[in-house]
Design a binder for this molecule. Structure first.
Ligand code: HAM
Length: 431
């Protein structure tokens, strides 16, 4: 008991407080996400932070690192097993199926912004709670939509001031052509078995595609010689990929074909992509991707819906803010207050409380320092806030039903009737 009273509580490892000084970045991100999504015709969706664990096992994939190693799992009182969402795509698809969104005109375009949870080893750019802005287009297989999702991602980053980003893209084929590639890959890796790392030996059994994503030094020469997916694509997948690239050319979005880009989630078919800060482009390590996504034409069916094509993206907001800081991009500061209210004595305090309301109603941004007693301390705060006017209500002014307007630039003061002060300030602010 005594020990727990002394304990200093700390943030859970890999999680962040977003303090007031950071909020301008988050406000800018939220506003930009909303604007860009609306301009592209997306509607907002919010799904719960917890879902049935099986949704992720089936949706994200039982052999993925995300599901095998990184899930926060909780047992509810009714002994239902829930998980904190490691990503939002399976939840969005569940909602699409559960609420019959397939009966709306297709495709349905949805966006979201919220926290995700992955029990990762925290390091730069890798958190256990992180935020994503995501967009999903469900109900159409046209390759132009793959390009639109990428266009939306770039628009978002550009509006935030991140102009130097690069796109890596690949095609993972479909259930018709991928097995052939998988067989080729497994045959090749079996012949190299002695040279690969322990993790890759496991991947060879469980999830061969992920062999191409290994970061171990000793596996790099083997990856370099591995068969490439693009050579095994069926006609449909090849044509789809060709069209996506042509649309990107049309949009003048440069891309880098990365034959080893496989992504860490199981549901992808055809197009997959990741976006990196430019400086890291070709050799980028996975953890620095600002965002990633792709097509997932099998997921709706896998989760119990009809056969439905879909494509989407998620962007990591902490990584984006970090990159904005690296590039010295400032987030706009909040609106500057125009008026500081300053009071002396209890009676004045009461009047100022009411006056605050009147300024609010008039749409004038006003600040108070109710908890400060001395006029000097309050004027110092007004100075720091750089308000245009300070309104001073002392004991004499309360008796006279007047108030002093002090121009904070010139220091000139003038006494006006209390009832007219809002109108008077409004007039002066217009000058
Ligand atoms: P993801 O590649 O797992 O894809 O995550 C997307 C982005 O979220 C990453 O590129 C990164 O910026 C950020 N992110 C992921 N893990 C962490 C972490 N531990 N700490 C900080 N940031 C992180 C998805 O989540 C898919 N749902 C994307 C998608 C949508 N595919 C189709 N639709």
């Amino acid at each position: 008991m005594a020990r727990s009273r002394k304990k200093n509580f700390q943030l859970p490892k890999g999680m962040n407080d977003i303090l007031p000084v950071e909020q301008p970045y988050w406000e800018k991100i939220r506003k930009t996400a909303q604007e860009v999504a609306a301009n592209f015709g997306f509607s907002r969706i919010d799904t719960p932070i917890v879902e049935d664990l099986d949704l992720f096992i089936r949706g994200t994939g039982s052999s993925t690192d995300v599901v095998k190693k990184q899930m926060y799992i909780l047992r509810s009182k009714g002994s239902q097993i829930l998980a904190l969402r490691p990503e939002a795509t399976p939840g969005v698809v569940r909602a699409y199926i559960e609420h019959g969104l397939s009966s709306l005109p297709q495709p349905v375009k949805l966006w979201y912004l919220g926290p995700m949870f992955r029990y990762e080893q925290p390091q730069a750019g890798r958190l256990r709670q992180f935020y994503q802005f995501g967009a999903e287009i469900i109900g159409d297989q046209d390759p132009i939509l793959d390009a639109q999702i990428i266009q939306l991602s770039f628009r978002f980053l550009q509006k935030l001031g991140l102009k130097k980003t690069s796109l890596q893209i690949n095609s993972l084929g479909c259930p018709n052509c991928r097995p052939l590639f998988r067989r080729n890959l497994v045959d090749y890796y079996r012949s190299q078995r002695k040279k690969i790392c322990l993790d890759c030996r496991r991947r060879l059994k469980e999830n061969p595609l992920r062999l191409l994503d290994c970061k171990q030094e000793k596996c790099q020469p083997i990856i370099a010689q591995a068969p490439v997916l693009i050579d095994c694509l069926c006609n449909e997948c090849r044509n789809h990929f060709k069209s996506v690239l042509e649309y990107l050319d049309e949009l003048e979005i440069p891309y880098f074909l990365n034959h080893h880009l496989v992504r860490g989630l199981d549901y992808y078919t055809k197009t997959v992509f990741e976006i990196f800060p430019e400086s890291e482009s070709a050799l980028a390590k996975r953890q620095t991707a600002l965002g990633g996504g792709g097509r997932y034409d099998g997921l709706v069916k896998l989760l119990g819906g009809n056969e439905t094509a879909a494509v989407g993206v998620s962007l990591g907001l902490e990584r984006i803010i970090n990159q904005m800081k690296v590039e010295s991009i400032k987030a706009t500061v909040r609106v500057k207050p125009s008026v500081s209210l300053i009071q002396l004595g209890d009676l004045a305090k009461r009047k100022v409380l009411k006056l605050f309301n009147e300024f609010q109603k008039a749409g004038i941004v006003v600040r108070e320092s109710f908890s400060k007693g001395s006029i000097k301390a309050q004027l110092r705060i007004a100075d720091r806030l750089k308000t245009r006017f300070s309104l001073i209500l002392g004991q004499q002014e309360v008796i006279d039903e007047t108030i002093i307007i002090r121009d904070m630039k010139t220091g000139i003061q003038e006494t006006v009737p209390l009832v007219k002060v809002v109108k008077e300030v409004k007039k002066r602010l217009k000058k």
